[in-house]
Write a protein that binds this ligand. Sequence first.
Ligand code: BES
Ligand code: ZN
Length: 602
Amino acid sequence: MVSPILTSPEAVDTLTYAQPQVARVTHVALDLALDFDSKRVGGTAELTVLAAPGAQEIVLDSNGLEIGQVTDGAGRALPYTMGEPDPRGGKGAPLTITLDGAETLRIAYRAPADASALQWLSPEQTKGGVHPFLFSQGQAILNRTWIPTQDSPGIRQTWEARITAPEPLDVVMSGVRQGEPESLGNGRRAFTFVMDKPVPPYLIAIAAGDIDFKAIGPRTGVWAEPATLDRAWREVNDTEEMVVAAEELYGEYRWGRYDMIVLPPAFPYGGMENPVMTFLTPTFIAGDRSNNGLVAHELAHSWSGNLVTNAVWGDSWLNEGVTTYFENRIVEAVYGKQRAEQEAALMFANIKETLAEVGEDAPGTALSTDGGYQLGSAIAYDKGAFLLRTVESVVGRERFDDWLRQWFDNHAFQPATSELFYEDMMANLVQGEAEAQALMLREWIFEPGLPANVAKPDPAAFATVDAAVTAYGATGAIPGAYAQWSSAERQRFLDNIPKQRSADQLATLDRALGLSGTGNNEELFLWLELALANRYQPAVPQVEAFLAEVGRAKFVRPLFKVLWDQGDWGQPIAQRIYADTRGGYHAVTRAGVDAIVGEPAQ
Ligand code: BES
Ligand code: ZN
C-alpha cells in the first residue's frame, strides 16, 4: 500500500527538498551500527523508489550526513550531488541521486557526531550510572540528520531496520521488534524491527540503553532503566484502560502494541508519539498519576498525527490540537468529568495568557500558519482543542464523535491540511446555513485570536481554588485544603496568586504548602518560577540541581528566561548554571536556552 501525496498548493512542504511527484521514497531499510565511543551511527539505508515516467533523479533531505557510496540494488554506482545547505540551518541540503532506472537505492553513510536528532548520554546522565544511553527525536525536521530519506510529513514510508549495539544494551524503535536479539560474538548484538504501515518519516525513532520491560495489559507495557522501571510502571498503569477508552471513542487502535519507554531526564520533551513506542520524560512521574494526561496525549496521537498527519508543519494544530482534544476525552472517560474540566480550564487560561501577551490580532495566533511560526503550546494545542470542543458543543457530542471517527477512518495513513479539515467538516458534519454560521469555522482556523463562540470551560471547575486565590491575595490566608487538592487545582493556585512576593511571603508559602518538597514537577516548576521572579535566594540551589538533571525544554527554557529577566541578580546565576549544564542538554533545549542566555564563552 502506497499512501497518496497531496498536491494542492497549501500541502506543499517548504521544509523539504523532496519533489515527491517526480520521485518518492516508499520504503526505507536501515542497517546501522551504534558506536557509543565515537557517538556515531553509520551503515546503509536501502530506499525503495516510486518514480514518475521519465524521472531522471530523486531528491532526498540531508543535514550533515556523510555519504560514502550510492548504488542501485545490483551494486551499480549511481552519481549523486549534495547541494548547498540552507543558511537558516535545520532544513539542511538536498541530496540528489541520478536514478538511471533504479527502483532501489543503497546509500552507505554516517550521521555526524552532532546530529541534532540524536542525543548520546554519558553514564552519569542515566539513573544506573554505568552504561551510556542513546535516544532520537525526529519531529519536526531532525531525522534528516541521521536518515537519508525524504523527510516530509506528507511522504509516508514503511520501514525496517537492523541495528547493532554493544552488550548489554537493549534497543527499541518505533516499529515492532522481530524475535530475540542476535548475538554477534564480538560483544555486540543485532536487533531487527519492522514498521509495515506507512508512516511520516519524523516518526522513525530509536532508543538504546540499559533498559528492562514490564507488561501492563495484553498489548501495553513500559520500558525504562531498571532503577526507574517500577515507579514508571505504577505511573502508567492505567494505559491499557486508556487504549480501551480511546478505541471506544474513535475506533480501533490500528498499530498492534502500545508500549512506552521512560527515558532519562535529558529527553527534551514531555512525550513523543513514536508509533508502538511512545517516548516519555521521567519528569511526569509524580507518584499519583496526576500528570498522566501526557500518556493519554501521546496515545491519542495514534489517531491524530500518526494515522491522519499534518501535510505541512504550519498545520501542526491538526496533529496537536486534535490530539489535545482527544486527550481530554480520554481523561474524562478514565478519570471523570471533573478532572477533564479542570484540565480544560488550564488550557483555556493558557490561551488567554498567550493572547494577552502577543495580542489578539497577532498572525501567529491563527491555527493555520504558513511556515512554522510557533507560539508555544497555546495556539496549536489549546486553541486547536477548543475549536473541536466548540464544534462539539454546537452540534452535540454524538454527531461530533461520529464525525471525528470518520475523519480518522477516511483519512487513515494519509496527510491532511487545514483546507481539507474544513471541507470535510462542511461536507460530513455541518447541516444547514444557520449551523455553518454558528460554528465560525473559517475564523477559528484561518484568523488570529479567539472567536466569540468559544465553548468556555465550566466556571465551577475551579470555583473553590479561585476563591482561595482571592482570599490569599487579600489577606495572605493560606488554603488549608491545599494538600487535598488535585494537582490541576494546585497548579491553578500557584499560577494565579500575586506574582510579586517578598522573601518572607515566599518562605511562608513554602513552609505551609511544602512547595519545594513536592514530588510533582509541574508544581515544583511553578514554585521555582515564582521564587526566581522574586529573586528568592533560598531557591537557587534547588534550581541549579533541577537544571543539572532535567533537560525538558518546557521547564528549562522558562527557568533560564526568568533568571535572565532578573538582570544583575539573575544573569550571572544563569550564566554560571548554563556553563555547567549546556553540554548535557539536547540540541532542541540548547537552541532554546542559547536564544536567551547566548552561548557561553569557551
Ligand atoms: N509531538 C509532540 C512533541 C513535539 C512537538 C516534538 C513539536 C517536536 C515538535 C508531543 O506529542 C507533545 O505534544 N508533547 C507534549 C505533551 C503535552 C502537551 C501533554 C510535551 O512534550 O510537553
Ligand atoms: Zn502532541
